[in-house]
Design a protein around this ligand. Structure first.
Ligand code: TMP
Length: 222
């Protein structure tokens, strides 16, 4: 077992903001700097949680009410946590996770109206006192992000196959974006907002600088 717990960094934001690309780039730089890094995602990240993901991202938009949806998200999170995230952190690996409880606060809370206290209570039940060491919020206008998500699907030959959340209206996605920004404004130490509308290289540099400064490491590029 490693003597130091690894760092837990989460990436958040609306649809199409480029989290997957940026997580891969930061992981590469961190590995280059000598760290062991695991990249993962929510909902999903473990075989059981990936099965629950299918229940969440496919089917009719109003398939679940907000409470059922919140419980499904936390059921997936519990499995992911105990099978992937915690063992990696205990082993000293750094975990870069695409979405975590802040997505539940933004989507099911600000987006669907589930009370913040209820979500925080579930977080404590499921995750105990675990919190990310840093949360990177990739921010861009919701309309532009949705357009990018649709274009990405078309490029992958999946035109018209938008996942459940992408089909919700712009008002919903604006509430989600405002929710993430509100979470960041309440706690400037644990969150950093990065403008995601620029070129991927610019966004990558900004993330590297913030992570390096805030977590006190010298991140090497290639
Ligand atoms: P992804 O497209 O970033 O992979 O995420 C899948 C969808 O799941 C995304 O539209 C947001 C949604 N989601 C929630 O609504 N609540 C959550 O807690 C999480 C983790 C994701």
């Amino acid at each position: 077992m490693a003597t130091h717990r690894g760092k837990f960094i989460t990436f958040e934001g609306g649809e199409g903001v480029g989290k997957t690309t940026q997580i891969a780039r930061l992981a590469e730089s961190l590995r280059h700097s000598g760290l062991e890094v695991v990249t993962t995602r929510e909902p999903g990240g473990s075989p059981g949680a990936e099965e629950i993901r299918q229940l969440l991202v496919t089917g009719a938009t109003h398939r679940w009410d907000g409470v059922t949806e919140t419980l499904l998200v936390f059921a997936a999170r519990r499995d992911h946590l105990v099978r992937q995230i915690l063992p990696a952190l205990v082993d000293g690996r750094w975990v870069l996770c695409d979405r975590f409880t802040d997505s539940t606060l933004a989507y099911q809370g600000y987006g669907m109206g589930i009370e913040r206290d209820q979500i925080e209570g579930l977080h404590k039940f499921v995750c105990g006192f675990l919190k990310p060491d840093l949360t990177v919020i990739l921010d861009m206008p919701a309309e532009a992000g949705l357009a990018r998500a649709v274009a990405r699907r078309a490029a992958a030959g999946e035109a018209g196959a938008a996942q459940r959340y992408e089909q919700l209206d712009l008002k919903f996605h604006n509430r989600v974006r405002d929710g993430f920004l509100d979470l960041a404004a309440r706690d400037k130490r644990c969150y950093v907002v990065v403008d995601a509308a620029g070129k991927p290289e610019t966004v990558e540099r900004a993330i590297r600088r913030e992570v390096g400064e805030r977590l006190g490491i010298d991140i090497k590029t290639s």
